[in-house]
Design a binder for this molecule. Structure first.
Ligand code: HEC
Length: 170
């Protein structure tokens, strides 16, 4: 055999080995394609990003049973997610969203001088533990057309701690 042939035989052999390993690997490791993006930016939602998978019909767990034992420290931590758009102190200024001092028991959409969306302005009712719970779970589901671009707080404990914290600010 000429050295050229030995060379090409070796090359072919290598190809067979590599291809074989490839097939074995494919058989062993099934590639898994994730249904959902794993990379989720917590809290803030890209505009138009409200096509979440169908959890919209699910019951939202009430916060009332958790309020008595709520953790205000955690509530304050969770509230940091709101600070980008809201102030909580009395007389605080509006940012992208209205000032939230005394929001519990306040009529919806009535902070003086703030330009609400039509949806919020015409919503009616007031902010109770229950309505805050619904809104904070998924703002755009509770008040369709709201201009608050916040994905929501999925953990019931977080919503309870946050709501307890907000109502402690009075
Ligand atoms: C990206 C900005 C943004 C973030 C983050 C955000 N909000 Fe808002 N929020 C808004 C805007 C804008 C409005 C006004 C909504 C409208 O007019 O439809 C609003 C409205 C509200 C209202 C209704 C106020 C009223 O006077 O009726 C509540 C309550 C509220 N937000 C609570 C929160 C809480 C609590 C958080 C944190 C968990 C939060 N928001 C995070 C922008 C934001």
């Amino acid at each position: 055999m000429s050295s050229f042939n030995i060379f090409s035989m070796a090359f072919l052999l290598a190809l067979v080995v590599i291809k074989g390993a490839d097939l074995v690997a494919d058989g062993l490791v099934h590639p898994v394609f994730l249904e959902k993006n794993v990379y989720v930016v917590e809290g803030v939602e890209a505009s138009g990003g409200d096509q979440e998978p169908a959890d919209s019909g699910s019951e939202i767990e009430p916060v009332e049973p958790l309020l008595a034992s709520a953790n205000l420290e955690n509530g304050q931590k969770v509230a940091k997610k709101c600070l980008q758009c809201h102030t909580f102190e009395k007389g605080g200024k509006a940012k992208t969203g209205p000032n939230l001092w005394g929001i519990v028991d306040k009529a919806v959409g009535t902070v003086e001088g703030y330009a609400y969306s039509k949806a919020m302005k015409e919503h009616g009712g007031k902010w109770t533990y229950a309505t805050l719970n619904d809104y904070l779970y998924k703002p755009r589901q509770a008040v369709p057309g709201t201009k608050m671009s916040f994905a929501g707080l999925k953990k019931t404990q977080d919503r309870a701690d946050l709501i307890a914290y907000i109502s402690s600010l009075k």
